[in-house]
Design a protein around this ligand. Structure first.
Ligand code: PEP
Ligand code: MG
Length: 907
């Protein structure tokens, strides 16, 4: 018989940590915490219904497998036996929570129902059990009614609220009117009589609006809750979140039914959230918040300001509140002991939820805690030092996206110190951001679409805000703690975020924000320092954070693990130097043509144009000779900046018409210098026109037609190297021929290279000058004839931009018109120009490497297309046995990390 229900509790569990796919992250964790001999923590007993049931539910018109009912009942009986209480028993009732849990955490995106099992019949029993705490029981009952009517009866029942106001909001308004009439300022002032009356009013409202009675049968409540959790997997919020996070729809959610423990039965009760290390900085300090006499949702909701669990967790906002360590020292000690056990067991930082019921500590949940980039790096380094993990594990602890956060800008200290923050809040997401303020998720999405950098300002965020949060540079809230929704989501995404900035008075209706007597409106600019929690008016200058010593150390560890080399694509000496700071081990692509753009390019561009417009060999030779010193100078400076490291210099690649001047005065000047009429020049320019220049007269084809152009470039490269050698430097130039489809092209060019080389040795009186001769592999045919090509080359460098273009037949400059549609319609899983299409283009790459190395085992193989800095593509390059990847300077650290991860993941 298929097993759909997994029990846990009483020091035992059917499942364990490795069963996340089946039990969801939460279910697997509870099983591990409850049942693993190293842990056996006090987890309230319960059971998990598997994700397979979710799949079944959707495949079978929202029904369940026949065996489920009996399995649930058996598990429920076991739970009852452990506690000596019964579900639905009038004397000694048991309440349960019904929660969602997918393989990967989706914070707040699915539904939960608490206090299930509370009915007219069980209320008196629970009152007795709670020490005659009638108020607590009716408060639990009104929470159940509010949640259940919203989640189960309305949402899962498929009822569209009239006037856009759902049942929950209506019930909240009923409660607000009681509070107002009695002049209460908080929910806790509601008396037992108020609550009793409210429960009655709630039920009448439910009947009136939803046309059904609130169920008074515990089992009906239980099955309603289970169904609502499954239904919420396909709710709007959950689907939107999955799209953003790339979570597959067919994973499904598990449902965990667990005995309720109460943190709100009195002053000897509490509930809290803690991290075994600081998720904001990565420091090895126990960090958490808690609330006395409260239910779990109260901590996350940000309605009351939570107190710190210990001295270490105190901040400006909570420093006057009693810590758990002071208020309940014995329980704090117990909690701290679990913290140590959990870290030892999981070898990672844990995010823990706990509840104290009548001075008894229960562990409700633990999972690997989300952290920002700087914290991830810090923890990896610390845990390695502490011997908790080895260096291979350390390398896997930081995702490429987290590493990217460390490369993000921060506010220039020297300027920041002269500015007074407008307001201070909690530093929930690191880094800094400037942007225009907006006050709703929709506005954030709209403004971002219009190209604005926005900061989303909210009283507090809720799961409905995810799209807007995603579109924003940063998030700022007036309420909430470090574990509030905004903080959790922002931290997960590595986004700059400040929460709990209580000095802000936000009027979302009027779209204004007031602080210290000043008012800011939608569109005004603020700057946030998410690392400190400071908000500033206007734009402050940013600097990059590459000199972070943690980053340097961490990347050194990556370097000791990886086997793939990491080079950079750099076209200027300045880029080359920056890339060296980022750890590049050479240049994988120096695009010669870039010296004709940008600053100081006027003169070389003029001579290049002259060369292009030449008609006769003599004319061209003259222009080439004039161009030569500029080319040599640029190459020499770059070789010098990369002294001791290889530099791949590519011969002129683009179609020539790109360099034809358009302005009349430029044309006139050129005509004059060439000694021809303007008409003649315009005719020559017209002759250069091609219908399909990407596949026209470019790359090696230019070198074949105009050998003098190749020779000039080769001379520039080798002379620059020879001069550097004479100056005591160590240049390693690699001459690369682009857009090759056949070995004969390379043979043709090689004759020219060797001719120049021989001349050079003579001229510089050298016996030998080290250089490599190689080619780009960027035309599909080149992959297939790689065995022949390797006969005359010493290296291949994959130009995956063109290889993708020509492999797909997608013009790389025109994909904007259709590739987004292809992705949206799931024709393509991703943009193949961003991440290597391993299935097709990857196969071409593999064939090329295999055939090339068959001819020449020592063949050096690299990649210099844009994919060389994309983590998944880097891992692919490792697996297919390349020697190096090459990418833009800013992606070098990411490539170093991905290359190290590739090694560990493969082992
Ligand atoms: C390529 O085609 O991948 C490449 C690196 O060359 P370019 O982008 O200059 O065509
Ligand atoms: Mg190319």
């Amino acid at each position: 018989m298929a097993k759909y229900v997994y029990f846990f509790g009483g020091g035992k569990a059917d499942g364990n940590e490795s069963m996340k796919g089946l039990l969801g992250g939460k279910g697997a964790n509870l099983a591990e915490m409850a049942g693993h001999p190293e842990l056996r923590l006090p987890v309230p007993p319960g059971f998990t219904i598997t994700t397979e049931v979710c799949t079944y539910y959707y495949a079978n018109k929202r029904s369940y497998p026949a065996e489920l009912k009996e399995q649930v009942e058996t598990a429920l009986t076991k739970v009852e036996e452990i506690l000596g209480r019964k579900f639905g028993d009038p004397q000694n009732p048991l309440l349960v929570s019904v929660r969602s849990g997918a393989r990967k955490s989706m914070p707040g995106m699915m539904e939960t129902v608490l206090n299930v099992g509370l009915t007219e019949k069980t209320i008196p029993g629970l009152i007795k059990k709670s020490g005659a705490n009638e108020r607590f029981v009716y408060d639990a009952y009104r929470r159940l009614i509010m949640m259940y009517s919203d989640v189960v009866m309305e949402k899962a029942g498929g009822i569209e609220p009239k006037d856009e106001e759902g049942i929950r909001r209506q019930l909240e308004r009923l409660m607000d009117s009681v509070k107002k009439a009695k002049k209460y300022s908080s929910d806790t002032e509601l008396t037992t009589a108020d609550l009793k009356e409210l429960c009655g009013a709630f039920k009448r409202q439910i009947k009136k609006v939803l046309g059904k009675d609130f169920p008074d049968d515990p089992l009906e409540q239980l099955w309603g809750g289970i169904g609502a959790v499954f239904a919420s997997w396909n709710g709007k919020r959950a689907v939107a979140y999955r799209r953003i996070e790339g979570i597959p729809d067919d994973w499904g959610t598990a449902v965990t039914v667990q005995v309720m423990v109460f943190g709100n039965m009195g002053e000897d009760c509490a509930t809290g959230v803690a991290f075994s290390r600081n998720p904001g900085s990565g420091e090895n300090g126990f960090y958490g918040e808690y609330l006395v006499n409260a239910q779990g949702e109260d901590v996350v909701a940000g309605i009351r300001t939570p107190a710190p669990i210990n001295e270490y967790s105190t901040s400006e906002h909570n420093k006057d509140l009693t810590t758990l360590q002071k208020g309940m020292p014995v329980l704090y000690k117990e909690l701290e002991d679990y913290r140590t056990r959990l870290e030892k067991h999981y070898h990672d930082m844990q995010d823990i939820e706990f509840t104290i019921e009548k001075n008894r500590l229960f562990m409700l949940q633990c999972r690997v805690g989300k952290r920002n980039g700087p914290a991830a790096v810090r923890m990896a380094l610390d845990m390695l030092n502490e011997g908790l993990i080895n260096k291979e594990m350390a390398v896997l602890r930081v995702t490429p996206a987290q590493l990217d956060e460390l490369l993000h800008p921060i506010i220039d200290f020297s300027v920041e110190k002269d500015h007074t923050p407008l307001a201070k809040g909690l530093p929930a997401g690191p880094g800094a951001a400037s942007g225009v303020i907006v006050f709703s998720s929709n506005d954030a999405v709209e403004w971002a679409k219009a190209g604005k950098k926005v900061i989303l300002v909210r009283e507090e965020t809720n799961p409905e805000d995810v799209d807007g949060m995603r579109s924003s540079q940063a998030i700022l809230t007036a309420r909430g703690g470090m574990t509030s929704h905004a903080a959790l989501v922002a931290r997960g995404w590595g986004k700059c975020c400040i929460v709990g900035c209580s000095a802000l008075e936000i009027n979302a209706g009027k779209k204004t924000l007031s602080v210290n007597g000043k008012t800011y409106k939608e569109g005004d600019i603020l700057t946030l320092n998410g690392t400190k929690g400071y908000v500033y008016e206007g734009t402050l200058p940013m600097i990059d954070a590459t000199e972070n010593p943690d980053l340097v150390k961490f990347l050194k560890i990556c370097d000791s693990v990886r086997r793939l080399g990491v080079r950079t694509n750099a076209d200027t000496p300045a880029d080359a130097r920056r890339a060296r700071q980022f750890g590049a081990e050479g240049i994988g692509l120096f695009r010669t043509e870039h010296m004709f753009y940008g600053e100081g390019s006027d003169e070389p561009l003029f001579y290049l144009r002259k060369m292009i417009m030449s008609k006769t060999k003599e004319e061209r030779q003259k222009a080439v000779d004039e161009l030569f010193p500029y080319v040599k100078k640029d190459i020499k400076a770059t070789l010098e900046a990369m002294d001791g490291y290889p530099v791949v210099i590519r011969l002129l690649d683009p179609p020539l018409h790109e360099f034809v001047p358009r302005k009349k005065e430029k044309l006139e000047q050129l005509a004059k210098d060439l000694g021809i009429s303007l008409e003649e020049l315009e005719k020559r320019a017209g002759d250069l026109h091609e219908s399909n220049p990407m596949m026209g007269h470019r790359g090696v084809r230019l070198g074949v037609t105009y050998p003098e152009v190749t020779k000039m470039q080769v001379r520039a490269i080798l002379e620059a190297a020879a001069e550097l050698l004479k100056e005591g430097k160590k240049p390693y130039p690699e001459i690369m021929v682009p857009v090759v489809c056949d070995v004969n092209e390379l043979k043709n060019q090689k004759v020219l290279v060797e001719e120049v080389y021989a001349e050079l040795l003579k001229k510089f009186n050298l016996e030998k000058l080290e250089y490599l001769y190689g080619t780009m592999i960027e035309i599909p045919r080149a992959c297939l004839v790689a065995d022949k090509i390797a006969e005359v080359t010493e290296f291949f460098s994959y130009g995956t931009n063109d290889l993708t273009q020509m492999g797909y037949g997608f013009s790389r400059d025109d994909i904007g018109g259709f590739v987004p549609d292809y992705i949206e319609k799931k024709i393509l899983p991703a943009d193949p120009f961003q991440t290597i299409d391993q299935l097709g283009i990857g196969e071409l790459i593999k064939i090329g490497i295999e055939r090339g190395r068959k001819t020449k085992p020592s063949l050096e193989v690299g990649i210099c297309g844009e994919h060389g800095g994309e983590p998944n593509s880097v891992k692919f390059c490792h697996r297919v046995g390349m020697n190096y990847v090459s990418c833009s300077p800013f992606r070098v650290p990411i490539a170093r990390l991905a290359a190290a991860q590739a090694v560990v993941e493969q082992e």
